[in-house]
Design a protein around this ligand. Structure first.
Ligand SMILES: C[S@@+](CC[C@H](N)C(=O)[O-])C[C@H]1O[C@@H](n2cnc3c(N)ncnc32)[C@H](O)[C@@H]1O
Length: 303
């Protein structure tokens, strides 16, 4: 993991933990209960892997079998977990997308002329980067190698998939320094936003493919969507697309999709897995920001 990326993830996690958590009680109870169920159902004779383990705010480490490994690219995540849970678990600090280093390098190449080092104007650099990103193919090789070496019986993904796109944006912003890489709001579309969305989609698909190919029981929890604004928000029956599940004053809300349209449940079924448990709820993250959280447990189909 490169130094700028480690620093970025440490700052992101520090900001996450510094948020006002007064309204998070029901969310934390549900996420801990779901992940706890996964840990208790795990075969203690086989390794268990917790991806996006963070500081362990959402992870009931007390229920984790002895052979459980944490995985999080934030360099402080393990120390924070030790402080919170008194649990000295083995840890991996690699990037789960496998693509952030290449993305950062492409962004720096787009920003500065290689022959002079002079910075291009931000709009030219952003359009140049939008042209480079489609050639980047994030590959979670470190995760695949770990899975092949350790053969975990259970893998938990603890609220990390919805972060892939947000972290990619921060990586790009970091390369642009004080200038903004994003088009002015008045412009109808932003080629860089579109290119990064497609990059995020490729990263998510490659990540899920690695997990479904692992043969492990999967307990996945992720932000299915984010709604911004003061309007009321409720959930109707499960439906596809996920926005069809939203009830209330949705018209007054700005809704965004951190999974770039990927339907995780459908991907699990398409991979021939048996989805035996699903749950959803609304997480009031901040006064005008609510996330729809999705929790899906699946096992390889018997056969
Ligand atoms: C929303 S937090 C999850 C909090 C965590 N489950 C807990 O209980 O504290 C997302 C976590 O994913 C990590 N993360 C985000 N993108 C990552 C990536 N590409 N590779 C590895 N870890 C990543 C962050 O460092 C952060 O700790």
């Amino acid at each position: 993991m490169s130094k700028p990326l480690s620093r970025l993830l440490r700052l992101e996690q520090t900001a996450f933990l510094a948020r006002d958590r007064a309204a998070w009680g029901p969310h934390l109870a549900r996420v801990r209960s779901f992940l706890g169920e996964g840990l208790q159902a795990a075969d203690p004779a086989r390794p268990v892997l917790i991806l996006g383990a963070g500081s362990g705010l959402e992870v009931p480490w007390g229920l984790a079998p002895a052979r459980t490994t944490g995985w999080d690219a934030d360099p402080w995540s393990r120390a924070r977990t030790i402080l919170r849970h008194r649990r000295w678990a083995p840890w991996v600090f690699e990037d789960l997308t496998g693509g952030l280093v290449d993305l950062g390098a492409a962004a720096r190449r787009a920003v500065a002329e290689p022959w002079s080092g002079r910075h291009r104007d931000p709009r030219t650099a952003a359009l140049r980067l939008a042209g480079l990103v489609p050639f980047l193919h994030p590959d979670p090789a470190a995760l695949r190698t770990w899975i092949e070496a350790h053969r975990p019986g259970t893998i938990l993904a603890a609220n990390v998939m919805g972060q892939f796109g947000a972290v990619a944006e921060r990586v790009v912003e970091g390369a642009f320094g004080k200038a903004s890489p994003w088009a002015a709001e008045a412009e109808r579309s932003d080629p860089l936003v579109e290119a990064l969305e497609a990059w995020t989609r490729r990263a998510l698909e490659a990540f899920l493919e690695t997990l479904t190919g692992s043969g492990a029981a999967l307990w996945l929890i992720h932000d299915r969507g984010a709604a911004f604004g003061p309007g009321s928000l409720d959930l109707g029956p499960w439906a596809d697309p996920w926005t069809a599940q939203l009830r209330g004053g949705v018209e007054g809300l700005e809704v965004s999709d951190p999974l770039t349209g990927l339907d995780v449940g459908a991907a699990l079924r398409a991979a021939g897995r048996d989805p035996h448990r699903q749950d959803r709820w609304i997480w009031p993250l901040a006064p005008d920001q609510r996330h729809v959280v999705e929790a899906l447990a699946s096992r390889p189909a018997a056969g």
